[in-house]
Design a protein. Structure first.
Length: 355
């Protein structure tokens, strides 16, 4: 029954995803309407779409590093590794099976449709799936991931790094600290069995596809200790003693561009790779001074703009080490205000989510 419904969805895909009306044919009455001449500066250079497409690949490695903000299509691939190591506008994955797919920073949406038994690592503004089955997704997603007619999906934290990922993020205008990948919205929930689960474990490549990932060829790391993104939810039963919370933050300066702000924040990530200290969540919210009136007494210069906050779990004896490791841009929230600060930031983050 599941298979037949998916075939039907595939056959009607053009209707289901159509975003613009068909242009009139030469014989239609509308074809007599005079065309508007474009000036030379309005004409766009023709794009070779074949450069931005991977199709009909079976049992091979495909790596693309020259997307440069264009739209990209992956379709009808099987048993393959596909690496998009550049920033893109949108990425569409159609009719793929048993593939390992890495999608570098995507300024718009990643669409996954009619795809089964695939593992996907993606950095994007939005993710949507439709008519999929048995997916493993590791995401850094600015908005809520949306699934529809999709079964057996597991969402993992993202551990990913490759040469150029920082520059790709800035080019895609994505925040390295804004991630709502675990706030999933299911358009077609099952009354009895959840269609997705949330995992605290990192997603790692599995054999036999991992055998295609030669370090000399791919330049991609899936290890948490080298990941560009450092937020790793603490696993239940993780080794170690009692922990204490600590929140650190940076505020955008008046007149500072978003790109300059993120560039100023990013060096702080490397400072937090300390044994006994884990970052459990990152936040990037827009706020005004009035929003934070009860918890920002330590930052009188802030008026409005972005606030980046990192939530840390620290072993008791390590907590005191963190302030000394931070650059001057990062500040620690006083312990007495930590809970209030997090509640305020989480409320601002929740209010920004939209389906």
């Amino acid at each position: 029954m599941c298979c037949s419904s998916m075939k039907g969805a595939r056959n009607n895909r053009e209707d289901a995803y159509k975003i613009a009306a068909d242009e009139p044919s030469p014989g239609d009455q509308a074809s007599t309407t005079p065309t508007v001449q474009k000036y030379t500066w309005e004409k766009r250079a023709e794009i070779d779409l074949s450069k931005y497409k991977v199709a009909q690949v079976d049992g091979a490695l495909e790596k693309r590093t020259d997307i440069k903000g264009q739209q990209f299509l992956i379709e009808n691939c099987k048993n393959s590794v596909i690496l998009l190591l550049d920033n893109s506008a949108t990425v569409t994955v159609d009719d793929c099976e048993n593939c390992l797919i890495v999608i570098g920073p995507c300024a718009g949406s990643v669409f996954i449709r009619d795809t089964n038994k695939c593992s996907v690592w993606a950095v994007c503004q939005q993710l949507r799936t439709r008519d999929c089955h048995d997916l493993k997704l590791a995401l850094h997603c600015a908005t809520q991931p949306i699934i529809e007619n999709t079964r057996l999906v597991v969402f993992h934290p993202l551990a990913l790094n490759y040469s150029g990922i920082r520059e790709n993020l800035i080019a895609a205008r994505l925040s390295p600290f804004l991630n709502n990948a675990h706030s999933v919205h299911d358009f077609t929930p099952d009354k009895y069995t959840p269609n997705y689960t949330l995992s605290k474990k990192m997603l790692l490549p599995q054999q036999p596809l991992s055998l295609l990932l030669s370090p000399q060829q791919t330049d991609v790391s899936f290890q948490s200790n080298s990941s560009f993104f450092i937020a790793t939810p603490r696993e239940d039963g993780a080794a170690g003693g009692p922990t204490e919370t600590l929140t650190i933050y940076v505020t955008q300066s008046e007149g500072e561009t978003v790109e300059a702000f993120f560039t100023r924040c990013l060096p702080g990530l490397a400072d937090l790779r300390i044994d006994g200290v884990s970052c459990t969540a990152t936040r990037d919210v827009l706020a005004t001074k009035n929003d934070l009136i009860h918890c920002m007494d330590s930052c009188p210069e802030f008026t409005s703009g972005h606030i980046v906050a990192l939530y840390l779990d620290c072993e008791a004896e390590k907590r005191e080490e963190v302030p000394g490791k931070l650059s001057a841009d990062w500040k620690c929230v006083p312990e007495s205000l930590d809970d209030t600060f997090r509640i305020t930031i989480d409320r601002l983050n929740l209010s920004s989510l939209s389906v």
